[in-house]
Design a protein around this ligand. Structure first.
Ligand code: GAR
Length: 193
């Protein structure tokens, strides 16, 4: 199963995927890692691991439509079976969703449909929930919407800061993402057989 991973930031969840693949415990091929802006640590980590990388810099395009088309072209050029949004902080166009329907997987640091968006951890804390968590789901054209594949709950402690809580969520998120990808790879192999 070939995957392309999209990142916007540090790519710590991506690193866990890279490590699992390197250890032989996740039977997927990371065809490429791409970002929507230059200089992300996620792309740096991937280059360090010897992976193919690309950047489709949002700021290099005069229209949103042009960026959408360039991202789709670039990702499709790797012929991935699945595309994984791992901290990719942009909504993709409906055309992207159509091209990878049921094959575009997103992770989110909250129990969707609660607290979607760029500040899932902060928003959950502000609401005062005692349990939050992470979600891996098939993304559609909305903000962190689409069919849920798996979730893990994470308890919120009274002394938590956004960083401490997000840190614990990411530990759960990495494990969940790897498990979901392994499940999809199992299914993918049986589809191909
Ligand atoms: C992850 O917690 C991911 O769920 C979140 O960004 C973080 C990326 O961390 N994504 C979203 O909030 C999407 N709405 P990382 O770059 O260290 O893997």
């Amino acid at each position: 199963m070939r995957i392309v991973v999209l990142v916007s930031g540090t790519g710590s969840n991506l690193q866990a995927v890279i490590d699992a693949v390197a250890k032989g415990s996740l039977p997927v091929e990371i065809a490429a890692v791409g970002a929507d802006r230059p200089g992300t640590y996620g792309v740096q980590r991937s280059a360090d691991a010897g992976l193919e990388t690309f950047e489709v810099n949002f700021k290099d395009f005069s229209t949103r439509t042009d960026w959408d088309a360039a991202l789709l072209r670039k990702v499709a050029s790797y012929a991935p079976d699945y595309v994984v949004s791992s901290g990719f902080m942009r909504i993709v166009a409906p055309g992207f969703i159509d091209a990878f329907e049921g094959r575009y997987v997103n992770t989110h640091p909250a129990l969707l449909p609660s607290f979607p968006g760029a500040h899932g951890v902060r928003d959950a804390m502000a609401y005062g929930v005692k349990v939050t968590g992470c979600t891996v789901h098939f993304a559609d054209a909305g903000v962190d919407t689409g069919p849920i594949i798996a979730q893990t709950p994470v308890e919120v402690f009274p002394e938590d800061t956004e960083d401490s809580l997000h840190g614990r969520i990411k530990v759960a998120e990495r494990e969940l993402l790897i498990k979901v990808l392994a499940d999809l790879a199992g299914r993918w192999d049986s589809v191909q057989a």
